[in-house]
Write a protein that binds this ligand. Structure first.
Ligand code: SF4
Length: 277
């Protein structure tokens, strides 16, 4: 099987930096003989979480019931009130929040007048953004603008939000007299991975995306390949790739921004060797 690999795939700069910080936090905890915790999932990939757990890191979402120690904040951030609670309880915070998310949180805190957040309710980044600005409504689609009063809003967008969906919300808002002063903070890491995959799809029969089903940008890569008329699948570690793809003569192999290099390399080597999972 011929395996084509796009020039851009795998960990983004924010995730690499977060994992370096997590390693520093583990060392810090060891040197002080303290427990080490992770606030939520550092990134949306179970292999990354498992590898941190194997290094003794425990995932928590509240200081309740946990002995104070070193706390790593996930790349998607933490609500201000929860961070303050951990600090009050004596936890040493090591902040691995992506700088792009930190900047958006600051913008919301400092924005004068009304503020609005565009993103997917329930996503961990939106929890952090809402924590920075609890009075800001969260809008995930044009239909959710019902109930938003006309007027001007300083608006921050989730880093992984869909560009076409943002455009449809802006269009609908304008027709309702809702003026969105938008900081378009959609991160281009995902877009670069999509563009790189698109550029090689013509030359292959199918696409395999290495990533977690929880990772929105990994799912989007898979959807993009299907939209281009290719057979496509998403796999965490090579398991579950359907025979119809394994039997193809050529595949594009890519990975999401939260996929470790080791997982990608293992799937690449197995595909090239014609190995079944
Ligand atoms: S995708 Fe962008 S916003 Fe998200 S962690 Fe990576 S660099 Fe940061």
């Amino acid at each position: 099987m011929t395996v084509l690999i796009p020039r851009c795939h795998g960990f983004c700069g924010g995730v690499r930096a977060a994992l370096r910080k997590a390693d520093e936090a583990i060392e810090e905890a060891r040197s002080r003989s303290l427990p080490c915790y992770l606030y939520g999932s550092i990134v949306h990939n179970r292999l990354v979480t498992k590898s941190l757990e194997e290094k003794g890191v425990r995932t928590i979402l509240t200081p309740d019931g946990a002995e104070p120690g070193v706390l790593i904040i996930r790349t998607h951030g933490i609500p201000d009130a929860m961070r303050a609670l951990f600090e009050e309880r004596g936890f040493l915070i090591i902040d691995a929040t992506c700088p792009v998310v930190l900047r958006n949180m600051s913008m919301l805190r400092e924005a004068e007048g009304r503020a609005l957040i565009i993103g997917v309710r329930g996503h961990s980044e939106i929890e952090a953004l809402s924590g920075a600005r609890p009075d800001a409504p969260v809008i995930g689609s044009a239909a959710e603008l019902d109930g938003i009063a006309a007027g001007e809003y300083k608006t921050v967008v989730q880093t992984t939000f869909s560009v076409p969906l943002l455009a449809s919300i802006e269009h609908e808002a304008a027709s309702r007299g809702i003026v969105l002063d938008v900081l378009n903070s959609i991160c281009d890491a995902s877009e670069k991975r999509r563009e790189a995959l698109s550029s090689i799809l013509d030359g292959v029969e199918a696409a395999v995306v290495v990533g977690d089903g929880e990772s929105a940008n990994s799912r989007e890569l898979c959807a993009l390949a299907r939209k281009a008329g290719k057979k496509a699948c998403l796999t965490l570690d090579g398991q579950g790739i359907p025979d119809e793809i394994l039997m193809c003569g050529s595949v594009a192999l890519t990975s999401g921004a939260s996929t470790p290099d080791e997982a990608f390399d293992a799937v690449r080597d197995a595909l090239m060797a014609g190995k079944r999972f």
